[in-house]
Write a protein that binds this ligand. Sequence first.
Ligand code: HEC
Ligand code: HEC
Length: 198
Amino acid sequence: MNKIIGLVVAVVFSAGVHAGDVAKGQAKTAVCAGCHMADGNSAIPNYPKLAGQGEKYLIKQMHDFKSKKRDNATMYPMVANLSDQDIEDIAAYFSSQKIQHMAVDDQYIQIAEKLYRSGDSDRDIPACMACHGAHGIGIATAGYPAIGGQNPQYTMAALKAFRSGERANDSNEIMRDVVAKMSDKQITALAYYLAGLH
Ligand code: HEC
Ligand code: HEC
């Protein structure tokens, strides 16, 4: 009896955590594969990897593209006709995949590791680690994205878009504040460092 109650509780609990269906999500991603690859490990440098990304973050981004809060001409038509359920299923699928990390060029480690772990008080840059975790996997339940293993060209573009305000879908301007005074050199170093962080 206790065993059955335990099972029921476990099922109800996990259903609450994963609203999306991985198998149904996979079936809805044929069109995404052209740019993000079937397993979400986008091979084209400007296209972000989605593999292993937190579900909550993925769901938010798809809704933000749909509402143009994150205004992107490439992604808008991809999500415009997706239902809330489609979005949850797709997020569950990509989140269940494993991200492939890259090798890091030594020249970036010193400057980036310090920034990542301790920030830069001269430029009011907080430690990335506080929100994106020591291993770059983010905090999925808070919607803080994984940034370790990401394509460096995409990461550079994302940080510059927050800095210029072109990307403005971050709640409370959280990332726009982080990068406001970041130099191009710091952005480059961080992006290549993050590609291998895990
Ligand atoms: C023609 C290429 C292309 C296709 C097809 C495509 N995407 Fe994208 N996707 C992009 C680009 C480019 C970006 C980065 C946009 C930016 O710079 O803001 C992106 C970004 C994203 C992001 C945000 C990732 C992040 O780390 O913030 C998600 C989520 C996403 N795409 C999901 C999808 C889904 C789901 C599909 C299929 C329904 C899809 N994409 C199809 C090119 C594409
Ligand atoms: C106070 C928490 C916080 C700190 C500190 C922080 N971030 Fe973020 N970061 C976020 C949140 C939240 C988002 C998602 C914003 C959104 O909803 O689009 C994000 C998004 C990002 C993205 C975009 C991810 C993607 O896939 O598009 C990158 C890259 C990033 N952060 C890098 C950094 C770096 C590098 C640092 C340190 C210099 C840093 N962050 C510090 C909270 C933080």
